[in-house]
Design a protein around this ligand. Structure first.
Ligand code: AMP
Ligand code: GLY
Length: 425
């Protein structure tokens, strides 16, 4: 099979790494890819959100199967365009991808299907939104309806902050059209977990859970980021919690989307709050998590490609996957300044030595090759990933590898998995 992976971050490196190991894959292309992906796939410079370019590439390369990594092309309809071109694809249609592309759409679906989530209302009018915020009080969460590159959520600690956020969004200049409508949502108290399940439109297959660290600095301080590290399994997300999540959240979602005439084919990524009353969902993503995918793939013992194909073909009903009991942990190395302004182009040394540490795999995110040199080319740059018998072993391996990487222009958190380890270092 000739396979194309769309995207060029750490998530896509982990997917390419897993797909390249499949005996079913005869040729692997990644567009646009990065310096690390280039070791396991041929990288071709077509942007992930260039829909026409990706379809043309899939055609000219005689691709049998496309795996779409990021949400932007999915929400824009890349899966539909590939399907129209007769090319099999892993990833939902634009209609089904609204589960991530419109927070209001997903919240209305939760309400309709009786899925546990925070109380909420949707607004386009500032005055009505302000009245609602004042009636509810703080803390309260304000969300731009559309995609906002992870920046569209404001967890407001005071009524005033919430009102400022609503004005920012609804006045139209903060997130453009993505902020022309907002969801105002109850603040949920608990620990966050990420859970993943494949859906073929009718059946769902549970994958595994993970925990991510969203804040930039140690101790979960500093600004929100795309994710600074992750680990799996997360002790809080045990087998009983997974079963409840499947029964109360994932399966009703798959049914509701099918009933609406927009069956979801791809991976459902549930952003969960584990509350006193059990799991509640605060958001869906229509793709694998980044960096969560970088800890899912190392724990997967089965061939991933047949599972992705069964998802696209509607054949998940009798499918099963085997997972390792070991812990996988990934630490993000980012360019200093991230998630705000940062510089590109600095050289990263020591990757060879670091990747020789037992159990370590280094997935590249924003990197670029320059001859034999590897240069930083983004905010999140590397995902130093390790597996080990325990979370301590995995963590020690990952940080031993990091200490061999010579990149003064980068930084990372030193406390990934502190919750699983029971305390902050
Ligand atoms: P997002 O940018 O959509 O990933 O959301 C950013 C973060 O906002 C999440 O990781 C949660 O920590 C937080 N969040 C979103 N919704 C809620 C909620 N209803 N209650 C508490 N925290 C939330
Ligand atoms: N890890 C956060 C995300 O993928 O959105």
């Amino acid at each position: 099979m000739r396979v194309l992976v769309v995207g060029g971050g750490g998530r896509e490196h982990a997917l390419c790494w897993a797909i390249a190991a499949s005996p079913l894959c005869s040729k692997l292309i990644c567009a646009p890819g990065n310096a690390g992906i280039a070791r396991v796939a041929e990288c071709i410079d077509v942007a992930a959100d260039d829909l026409a370019g990706q379809v043309a590439l899939a055609r000219s390369q005689k691709i049998d199967f496309v795996v779409v990594g990021p949400e932007v092309p999915l929400v824009a309809g890349l899966a539909d365009r590939l399907t129209e071109a007769g090319i099999k694809v892993f990833g939902p249609s634009a209609q089904a991808a609204r589960i991530e592309g419109s927070k209001g759409f997903s919240k209305d679906l939760f309400r309709r299907a009786g899925i546990p989530t925070g109380a909420y209302e949707r607004f386009t009018d500032v005055g009505k939104a302000v009245d609602y915020i004042e009636a509810c009080g703080a803390p309260i969460v304000v969300k731009a309806d559309g995609l906002a590159a992870g920046k569209g959520v404001v967890v407001a600690e005071t009524v005033n902050q919430a009102i400022i956020a609503v004005r920012d969004m609804l006045s139209g200049n903060r997130f453009g059209i993505a902020g022309a409508s907002v969801v105002i949502e109850e603040f949920l108290v608990g620990q966050e977990a990420s859970f993943f399940a494949l859906s073929d439109g009718e059946h769902a297959l549970p994958l595994i859970g993970a925990q991510d660290h969203k804040r930039a600095f140690d101790g979960d301080k500093g600004p929100n980021t795309g994710g600074m590290g992750a680990y799996s399994p997360a002790p809080i997300f045990d087998a009983a919690m997974q079963k409840r999540t499947m029964d109360e959240i994932i399966l009703p979602t798959v049914r509701a989307l099918a009933e609406a005439g927009t069956p979801f084919k791809g991976v459902l990524y549930a952003g969960l709050m584990i509350t006193d009353q059990g799991p509640k969902i605060f958001e869906y993503n229509c793709r694998f998590g980044d960096p969560e995918c970088q800890v899912l793939m190392p724990r997967l013992k089965s061939d991933i490609l047949p599972a992705l194909i069964a998802t696209a073909d509607g054949n998940l009903r009798h499918f099963d996957l085997r997972w390792s009991d070991e812990t996988a942990l990934t630490v993000v190395m980012a360019a200093k300044g991230y998630p705000d302004a940062y510089q590109k182009g600095s050289e990263i040394r020591g990757l060879e030595a670091a990747s020789r540490i037992e159990g370590v795999e280094i997935f590249h995110a924003g990197t670029k090759a320059d001859g034999n040199r590897v240069l930083a080319n983004g905010g999140r740059v590397l995902n130093v990933t390790a597996v080990g018998r325990t979370v301590e072993v995995a963590r020690d391996r990952a940080y031993r590898a990091i200490d061999l990487i010579d990149w003064p222009e980068g930084f990372c958190r030193r406390d990934i998995a502190w919750r699983a380890l029971g305390s902050q270092p």
